[in-house]
Design a protein around this ligand. Sequence first.
Ligand SMILES: *[C@@H]1O[C@H](CO)[C@@H](O)[C@H](O)[C@H]1NC(C)=O
Ligand SMILES: *[C@@H]1O[C@H](CO)[C@@H](O)[C@H](O)[C@H]1NC(C)=O
Length: 130
Amino acid sequence: MASLRLTFAVVTAIVVACMHLPTTLAATGYVVGGANGWSMPQKPNHYENWTKGKRFIKGDAFFWVFKEGQHFVVEVPSKEAYDACNTTASTEVDGTGGLIEYLVDVKTHYYVCKYHCSKGMKVIIDIKAS
Ligand SMILES: *[C@@H]1O[C@H](CO)[C@@H](O)[C@H](O)[C@H]1NC(C)=O
Ligand SMILES: *[C@@H]1O[C@H](CO)[C@@H](O)[C@H](O)[C@H]1NC(C)=O
């Protein structure tokens, strides 16, 4: 628990630092899922609620915060696979927690927890060009 909190504190510091960098990119850093990080949703619509009202653009940074072994982030190729929690054709994103992923592909990304997808631990991140 202590290490999880530390990780989150460090990640939060990095996010805040990124947001204040005088770069030309208008990129934003996000901790996926908000304050609880990548965790089992307390409510079924937790991740939908987290993305609601946010506009994700090319170059935004996504931080996956969880304790290694508890969860695992994979990207699945389609809405169908996402809805069915079918991870057969998935690609690994983060298996250890704490990864920073900069999304530059302008498309809809479908992420699920390899272990808890059926429990609603999944999120759709739609990246716009600008
Ligand atoms: C949605 O998120 C907001 C703020 O993050 C929170 O106050 C609210 O309780 C959430 N609603 C649901 C249904 O989870
Ligand atoms: C799961 O996905 C794989 C690869 O895309 C596909 O071949 C398979 O038919 C899917 N399984 C189900 C139950 O839909």
